[in-house]
Design a protein around this ligand. Structure first.
Ligand code: HEM
Length: 353
């Protein structure tokens, strides 16, 4: 075995960089705080999505005639198909939850401040792309839920002043939903987004290694900031244990609750109530209070403002202060957003029953 490694190393020179990667010293306070596992868990959930996604592609048929039947076959007939689809289906929600919690952790620890601006910016883009994963994946089973939610979603994009109709047409690949829409969503979901996310994660992790972890915010952690432990085994093992816990949870949920599949998409049904994935519900609910000409306030102005302010945050909040309890503005703004999202998600859920 040793001779094989030596043979490979003499030809590739990889052992040096690999050793440096795993021996990288990480401050001791990081190992003691489970909030620092959220980034690693997001990475593990992305890896699970990629593995289960590749397995699904072997059986999924990306045509309007075959998509529904292939998903039905995977869920109810293919051995362990329910498990692979279940992990992929519930894993998508887990990834949205984990990336949001990870973002909140870095936000409250002011980890976006100089010199970690690029780390934060790649993070914001990753959040956007993860939501795009959810939006494009929802249509793929070609059932009533995915069809009608996508119809509404692409209509909402049409409310952009001047370019709206054009954007809707690009997203749908025509005037209405059809084969071109499914092909575009499929290509985006399985090719474009995974490539973009993988590249951004590489930049994100490289930045992390380049700058090291942001300084701690509590006195107790500060006292440990001069002590270090190697990345392997300490951090790797903690993240892997957390990852196994996540996988076990996803297997359990997939077992007790098969990933849902409604009736096949029926473009002629007139009484179907469109319902998006739970993490878009608050947005959907807010839209109801801004009908007609006011719609672009919710569809364009507010998302632009939120993503814009997130991108600008490291350049606006440039003070040295990192403790959230000494930064009332950023802390209260985040609490306001969280309350709005929770309240409107609740209202939407209550309405859908
Ligand atoms: C696929 C998505 C993502 C992956 C795989 C990922 C992964 C990671 C990992 C492994 C870490 C180090 C451990 C930790 O702090 O938990 C980290 C740190 C960081 N992440 Fe992410 N992340 C993602 C998305 C985001 C998002 C959405 C944001 C914010 C908008 C963000 C901002 C940051 C920042 C600022 C740090 C540095 C933390 C520090 O120095 O204390 N990340 N990320």
């Amino acid at each position: 075995m040793n001779r094989t490694f030596q043979w490979i190393d003499e030809r590739t020179g990889l052992s040096g960089p690999i050793r440096a990667f795993f021996n990288y010293p990480v401050p001791k306070y990081v190992h003691r705080n489970f909030l620092y596992t959220l980034g690693g868990l997001t990475l593990i959930s992305f890896s699970l999505q990629v593995i289960t996604g590749i397995l699904l592609v072997f059986y999924y048929d990306p045509s309007t005639e075959g998509a529904y039947n292939s998903v039905d076959y995977i869920t109810y007939i293919l051995p362990l198909g329910w498990l692979v689809r279940g992990i992929h289906h519930y894993g998508a929600s887990a990834m949205v939850i984990l990336i949001s919690l990870h973002m909140l952790r870095t936000y409250y620890y002011s980890a976006y401040k100089k010199p970690r601006e690029i780390n934060w910016l790649t993070g914001v883009l990753l959040l956007f792309l993860v939501l795009a994963f959810g939006f494009t994946g929802y249509l793929l089973p070609w059932d009533q839920k995915g069809y009608w939610a996508t119809k509404v979603g692409t209509e909402i994009a049409g409310s952009v002043p001047m370019m709206g109709a054009y954007i809707t047409k690009i997203m749908r690949g025509g005037a209405d939903l059809g084969q071109a829409t499914l092909t575009r969503f499929y290509a985006t979901h399985v090719m474009l987004l995974p490539t973009a996310v993988a590249l951004l994660i590489a930049v994100h992790i490289f930045q992390l290694r380049f700058h090291g972890m942001a300084p701690p915010i509590t006195e107790r952690a500060k006292a440990q900031s001069k002590k270090f432990l190697p990345f392997f085994p300490y951090w790797v093992v903690t993240d892997l244990i957390a990852g196994l816990g996540l996988l076990a949870l996803l297997v359990y949920i997939s077992y007790i609750n098969r990933a849902p599949l409604e009736f096949p998409a029926d473009p002629t049904s007139s009484n179907y109530l469109p319902r998006p994935e739970w993490y878009f519900l608050f947005f959907f609910q807010l839209l109801k209070y801004f009908p007609g000409k006011l719609e672009p306030v919710i569809t364009i102005a507010i998302p632009l403002f939120i993503f814009g302010s997130m991108l600008l945050l490291p350049f606006i909040d440039t003070s040295e202060e990192r403790r959230p309890w000494h930064k009332p503005v950023t802390t209260l703004v985040s609490i306001f957003y969280i309350v709005v999202i929770l309240v409107f998600t609740y209202l939407a859920m209550a309405e859908f029953g």
